[in-house]
Design a protein around this ligand. Structure first.
Ligand code: ATP
Ligand code: ATP
Ligand code: MG
Ligand code: MG
Ligand code: MG
Ligand code: MG
Length: 270
């Protein structure tokens, strides 16, 4: 490029503040849909869980992981997604605002770009927005507790929403009556309402809804057929070439206990 032209206006750059993230910490960017309670109503999301909307969230998160470097795990539920950058990332010199805005804008544009793949002919009525924030976690324990917190939130909300909408849709209650019925009930009581009144065992409800979605990179072996000329041969031939590729894989499982982390030891760094 051209030599940096310095002007007398250049000094304004000094007003920018340093937001470099502390070294060695995991950088988490969490985004959340703006006013999605209304967005869900206006776009006729099925209650309690619209699988098209969840699919679109996950598709958009996948696009973030594929376009941006160094995200080792992403976890999503409802209208939110968290992206974890590896602790040694030097992407954008670890500048918080750059990381956060790239994640959030890549996600938002993907949400609109892939809308049709999930909602078909149903139109997107207005441009949705997402907020973003950055949080740093200095230890593996802190990071795992963060992700556990989000999954516990998924569970608490989904249990509530499942009973609430069952009372409305199958029990004939109004939304106000269902809300009243559930006031101050404990988890065990909610499970009991589902089981004794509606023969629903909460533990056999869809894992996608109970556990949310964890996206991680996994190695896959891929065999492709290539036409090529081998050394010392005249003709081109079809040759099978196996190469290992990294792909984003979705998991709907418990990430609070040890099992998931033991099965995927590469996610966390020492
Ligand atoms: P804010 O702008 O403060 O985030 P919000 O209306 O988005 O406000 P949230 O607490 O983020 O509030 O809740 C998101 C809401 O979006 C849920 O309560 C639910 O009504 C709706 N929602 C999001 N995803 C789905 C889905 N897949 N299926 C059904 N409803 C959903
Ligand atoms: P970075 O990701 O670091 O911002 P960049 O490629 O976006 O990299 P910028 O310094 O932001 O670099 O420059 C934007 C570039 O986009 C311009 O140099 C130009 O090539 C192109 N560009 C943007 N808007 C226009 C436009 N309206 N017409 C033609 N070219 C454009
Ligand atoms: Mg929201
Ligand atoms: Mg999900
Ligand atoms: Mg939310
Ligand atoms: Mg640019």
């Amino acid at each position: 490029s051209r030599a940096m032209a310095k002007s007398k206006f250049e000094y304004v750059r000094c007003f920018e503040t340093d937001d470099t993230c502390l070294r060695n910490c995991y950088i988490v960017v969490r985004l959340d849909g703006r006013n999605f309670h209304k967005f869900a109503e206006q776009h006729k999301f099925t209650k309690p869980n619209d699988n098209r909307a969840l699919g679109l969230m996950t598709r958009s998160a996948r696009s973030v992981m594929e376009e941006l470097e160094d995200v080792v795990i992403a976890y999503g539920q409802s209208d939110e997604f968290s992206f974890v950058f590896k602790r040694s990332t030097t992407w954008f010199k670890r500048r918080a605002s750059k990381l956060m805005t790239h994640v959030t804008s890549q996600f938002s544009s993907s949400y609109v770009f892939y809308w049709k793949e999930f909602f078909g002919e149903q139109p997107l009525l207005y441009p949705p927005g997402f907020d973003g924030r950055v949080v740093l976690y200095p230890s593996n324990r802190n990071l795992r507790d963060y992700l556990s917190w989000r999954q516990a939130d998924c569970h608490i909300n989904n249990l509530y929403n499942t009973v609430f909408w069952t009372l409305v849709q199958k029990g004939g209650l109004t939304t106000a009556q269902a809300e009243e019925r559930l006031k101050r009930t404990l988890a065990a009581e909610k499970n009991e309402i589902l089981f004794s009144e509606f023969s629903i065992n909460y533990n056999t409800e869809a894992l996608l809804h109970r556990k949310g979605t964890a996206l991680i990179w996994e190695k896959t072996e891929e065999t492709i057929t290539k036409r090529m000329k081998l050394p010392n041969e005249e003709e081109e031939k079809d040759v099978n070439v196996t190469r290992s590729r990294k792909r984003v894989q979705a998991h709907h499982c418990d990430i609070i206990g040890e099992t998931f982390w033991e099965e995927h030891p590469d996610i966390l760094e020492d």
